[in-house]
Design a protein around this ligand. Structure first.
Ligand SMILES: NC(=O)c1ccc[n+]([C@@H]2O[C@H](COP(=O)([O-])OP(=O)(O)OC[C@H]3O[C@@H](n4cnc5c(N)ncnc54)[C@H](OP(=O)(O)O)[C@@H]3O)[C@@H](O)[C@H]2O)c1
Length: 314
């Protein structure tokens, strides 16, 4: 198939493009920068230069590439996360999830794509009530914290736009927290790992917030599967072991050779790191991966972050 990957140079894109090429697909990678053409060629793809926020540039890039499938992996998170200002830190990503999605869908419709695969997130968007592990049928948070409202709205917008595009097969992949090469949880240069090493990433409150992780290579494998087959819908791309912060954070610290994380009471964590950080430490929910295993025929090669973190650190 001919596949356009928007976000080919990102953490996921770099893993995804060579996998699609190895499967015999013809891939075009989209970037904003002329200077990244070479990097995309090294991944085995042709490059097209366009700003995803400019509808005319996107329309031209898609018309020139004539893809059968578009994979939307656009985010703007490489400057790092400032959880104190959650919506500000996600502002550009939120535009990519709203305007960027609209532009790619419109351009894809014009050339008659038969499938549109887009990135979402399994974690903070879930409702913070009920059990600790959510399926694709469980609701998103109806009352997100004020500090995260715009980012919630953008996730909801993307998911509704993609699933609602009745003229194509819309697939939403809710990835867990990425770890591994090129992510913030990489042992060398990973921003979150550096914070853990400096003991600036404490367990807040009871650390009862449940996180789901996914090795970046497993995320790419699942994306290949979802690009090739599977019905319209949402899939949680996470590992087998959702776990509370109080469990995974000390384990990750050990794996990267850091001292154990500090503990901060909830009020202090909220005061120093903000509402979003407090929520992520104490209230968020994890996700179940039964649906993509069943319907996409996908299995994570790193079924547990326990071994995954240790493997990455080694
Ligand atoms: N589920 C998760 O845990 C999750 C999800 C996403 C990201 N992250 C983390 O966030 C950090 C940064 O992610 P990243 O390395 O993927 O980088 P990023 O800066 O978020 O960029 C991702 C991709 O989006 C493209 N992009 C951004 N704005 C664009 C625009 N206006 N027009 C066209 N393309 C645009 C970039 O292309 P060009 O720069 O080439 O234009 C790049 O290919 C990493 O630590 C990653 O692990 C985590």
């Amino acid at each position: 198939m001919k596949i356009l990957v928007a976000g080919a140079t990102g953490a996921l894109g770099k893993q995804l493009v060579p996998r699609l090429v190895a499967r015999g697909h013809e891939v075009v990678g989209m970037t904003r920068s002329e200077s990244k053409r070479g990097a995309i060629a090294e991944l085995g793809a042709a490059a097209v230069v366009a700003d995803a926020l400019d509808p005319e540039q996107v329309a031209r890039a898609v018309a020139e590439s004539e893809p059968e499938v578009i994979v939307h992996q656009l985010t703007a998170l490489s400057a790092g996360l400032d959880l104190r200002h959650f919506d500000r830190t996600f502002a550009d990503t939120n535009r990519l999830r709203t305007e960027g999605t609209d532009h790619l869908l419109a351009a894809g419709r014009a050339v008659g794509i038969r499938r549109f695969v887009a990135q979402s997130y399994a974690g903070w968007p879930f409702a913070r009530t009920g059990g600790p592990v959510k399926t694709e049928d469980d609701p998103l948070d109806p009352t997100p914290p004020d500090a995260m409202r715009q980012s919630h709205d953008a996730i909801r917008y993307l998911e509704n736009a993609v699933i609602g595009a009745g003229w194509t097969e819309g697939v939403v992949l809710r990835y867990g927290g990425f770890y591994g090469p090129g992510t913030s949880l990489a042992p060398e240069g990973g921003e979150t790992v550096e914070m853990i090493r400096k003991r600036k990433f404490p367990v807040v409150g009871d650390g009862g917030g449940v996180w789901s992780f996914i090795h970046i290579e497993d995320a790419a494998d699942a994306t290949v599967a979802a690009t090739e087959h599977g019905a319209r819908g949402i899939y949680n791309i996470v590992d087998d072991e959702p776990a509370p912060v109080s469990e995974w954070l000390p384990d990750l610290a050990r794996a990267v050779g850091a001292r154990p994380p500090r503990h901060a009471p909830l009020w202090l964590g909220r005061m120093l790191a903000g509402e979003a950080a407090a929520v992520m430490m104490t209230e968020v929910r994890g996700a179940s991966n039964l649906k993509p295993k069943r319907e996409l025929g996908w299995e994570p090669k790193h079924p547990s972050w326990r071994d995954g973190f240790a493997g990455v650190a080694a």
